[in-house]
Design a protein around this ligand. Sequence first.
Ligand code: TYD
Length: 138
Amino acid sequence: MALEERCRIINFDDLGDERGKLVVIEGNQHIPFEIKRVFYIYDSDEEVIRGQHANRVSEFVLINVSGNSKIYIDDGKENMIVELDKPMKGIYIPQMVWKNMYDFSEDSVLLVLASTHYDRDEYIRDYDEYLKEIGKKK
Ligand code: TYD
């Protein structure tokens, strides 16, 4: 399946009214997994590149609940860049996709929903090793 289909953009509904906006994300309903972990990244600036890893087990949904950032994703065959720039927009990232997060605005708060509890051993932090594991390395 093409990278664009595997890493799909999810547009969440805005349940806002005159009192303000409200976005709801329920596990296994608005996103395709049960949420086991939540973390958020902020105070990273324009020069920082975060991520630079793939996960053997975890699936993620990333949302800039404030500000904006860019997500570079790569499956060893194709790559693409997605800009996260509103709280109603998320990107789903399945297992074994390489990702970099960068170009953070000053007010960027990047919320990450994950399908697993943290396990450092399921991270692949070396791109050559990543290619090897997905069978792309000659
Ligand atoms: P890291 O994976 O480098 O963050 P990013 O994906 O944004 O580049 O994580 C930074 C540190 O935080 C590292 O020491 C591992 C720790 N950490 C946890 O303990 N639990 C978590 O869920 C995450 C995402 C990181």
